[in-house]
Design a binder for this molecule. Structure first.
Ligand code: ADP
Length: 171
């Protein structure tokens, strides 16, 4: 199936859409959000200002401007509060709504960062299981799409590979 896990920088991916682990204001921030805005140039922030923010777990799309990616899909993931505040459903929503928006915009190649596992504190092993199972649930209905998890560190890549093996085994 069209799913892969790599180590890399999401701002370097030449795909139809990269996903941004944004915040609800959609006005830029730290981590991958800052890196995407820096690489895309100031026009990205200008377009984001017109969007009126975005709810946690939902997604909005913009142009990619100076990025090699055609579009940026912005999704605020949940802040980790211990796991009993609906975090997993919200995180699954971020992946699913981003993928549905990508499909609506005819994006065939989509790259995700590890949403919520940086400043938002979601444990990466838990987040990886949610991410991988949501992506694998989505792909059979969109077999033309290729989805890549772009991990920033070796540890993150290992966590997503482990989750992928577990999800495949449990199906
Ligand atoms: P969040 O607020 O959703 O937790 P962060 O940006 O703090 O978002 O972190 C999300 C993940 O993105 C972390 O694993 C972080 O290491 C990773 N990251 C940071 N910069 C990049 C980049 N240029 N490409 C891919 N991943 C990145």
């Amino acid at each position: 199936m069209g799913f892969s896990i790599i180590k890399g920088d999401i701002t370097h991916q030449s795909v139809d859409a990269i996903v941004n682990a944004a915040n609800t204001r959609l006005l830029g921030g730290s981590g991958v959000d800052g890196a995407i805005h820096a690489a895309a140039g100031p026009q990205l922030l200008e377009e984001c200002r017109t969007l009126g923010g975005c709810e946690t777990g939902k997604a909005k799309i913009t142009d990619g401007y100076l990025l090699p990616a055609r579009h940026v899909i912005h999704t605020p993931g949940p802040i980790w509060h211990g796991g009993r505040k609906g975090e997993s459903l919200l995180l699954a929503g971020s992946y699913r709504n981003s993928l549905e928006l990508a499909a609506t915009w005819s994006c065939l190649t989509v790259a995700f960062p590890s949403i919520s596992t940086g400043a938002y504190g979601y444990p990466v092993d838990k987040a990886a299981l949610v991410a991988v199972s949501t992506i694998l649930d989505f792909l059979p209905t969109h077999p033309e799409m290729n989805i890549t998890m772009v991990c920033w560190t070796d540890e993150d890549k290992a966590a997503y590979e482990k989750a992928y093996k577990k999800v495949l085994k449990d199906r």
